[in-house]
Design a protein. Sequence first.
Length: 209
Amino acid sequence: MDNSPTALFESYEQDFQQFIETIRDKLEGDTAKDEQGEQRKSTLRRVEMELDEADEMVSQMEIEIQGIPASLRPQYHTRLRTAKADLTRFKKLSKDLHAQLSRADLLSSSSGTYTSDDPYSSSSDRTRLLAGTSLLEDGTRRLQDSQRVALETESQGADILMNLRSQREQIENSRNVLNTADSSIDRASGTLKKMITRCVRTPLSMPSV
């Protein structure tokens, strides 16, 4: 097992890259261009879940970078910024594709010809429009929830690191106190031994009768 200070960061980075490659293939790959309707919607839903996972990996990278030695940290900050930029780009692309799909659904549903004898045409259009708006709002809400979870995770991770550092300092202070106590005991023991030795060597004075 790799116990180097950069091991966890690199592990999370590798997982992040795997998610990004999968997302890129779903959004920009050759098969993505052939998908339509419900198949495309299903793909975009999977992309949303994978974006959440990738977001979590970035949050973990932000936590782990705090424990990397200062001499190595700049290059890992650069890698973290690159990961964040990739994540932002694909989040925006996913949001745009969601919006395009919703608009396409609305145009498709409203492209039929309705006559004045159809009493439900305007109501049906309004229902579809409301459904499309609800879908867009749902996508926006999910993105906001993901950002909130990421911020909460980052804050919790920072608190954990601070607690661990505090505990380590307490352990080190306790060790120093024990070492000081051992030294004091050794000195006291030596003093007692000297006193006992003097008492043994010094003859007791007997009172005269």
